[in-house]
Design a protein around this ligand. Sequence first.
Ligand SMILES: Cc1cc2nc3c(=O)[nH]c(=O)nc-3n(C[C@H](O)[C@H](O)[C@H](O)COP(=O)(O)OP(=O)(O)OC[C@H]3O[C@@H](n4cnc5c(N)ncnc54)[C@H](O)[C@@H]3O)c2cc1C
Length: 175
Amino acid sequence: MVKELELKLSPSEAQDESIIRSRAIQKCRLPADTVEEVHLLRRSIDARGKRPAIRLRVAVYAGERYQPEPAILDRFRMVDEAPEVIIVGAGPAGYFAALELIELGLKPIVFDRGKDVRARRRDLRAIQQFGEVNPDSNYCFGEGGAGTYSDGKLYTRSHKRGNIEKAMRLLVEHG
Ligand SMILES: Cc1cc2nc3c(=O)[nH]c(=O)nc-3n(C[C@H](O)[C@H](O)[C@H](O)COP(=O)(O)OP(=O)(O)OC[C@H]3O[C@@H](n4cnc5c(N)ncnc54)[C@H](O)[C@@H]3O)c2cc1C
């Protein structure tokens, strides 16, 4: 049996695995000796109150153990000789479409109107220093698409457009 639940702990409590385990067991009301594992799903900082808290989402496994899913990257095979599919745009949508195609055994060819990521830096400097905009290579156009030079946080409100977790896992698997 697997029960998912939320825990709110102080920052010091959230460092201690035995406290996380005992709070989770307490909250899910399962006999402690049936709980095989408390697996951490998500950790976030809640700084809205006077004292910051750590919110954890955990899965409590009773009578079974957590089995990690096999890596998505292991599903990819060489596609050198496979039929080609053209993708226009080397932003996140284009790259994830390319990965889907590789998973399906097809060979993606990704085109972008802008420059590669290194050359784009010079075009961004031209915008910042001289106000000169290259219409094909700027903050929005070029390898990696918009947000290539952002601070790297990942943000989406989309819950109904496919498997968001798969995209997140792929990013983690790529380091
Ligand atoms: C400055 C900035 C910072 C951002 N920071 C964040 C962030 O921190 N976190 C976050 O989650 N999101 C961020 N975003 C939003 C995020 O970048 C976009 O949601 C995301 O890039 C959209 O992906 P996409 O693949 O749909 O489109 P895009 O990233 O826009 O990619 C489209 C690609 O298609 C290419 N293209 C367009 N027309 C043609 C054509 N005719 N021929 C060939 N190629 C073409 C473009 O050059 C571009 O590379 C940021 C956006 C910007 C602009």
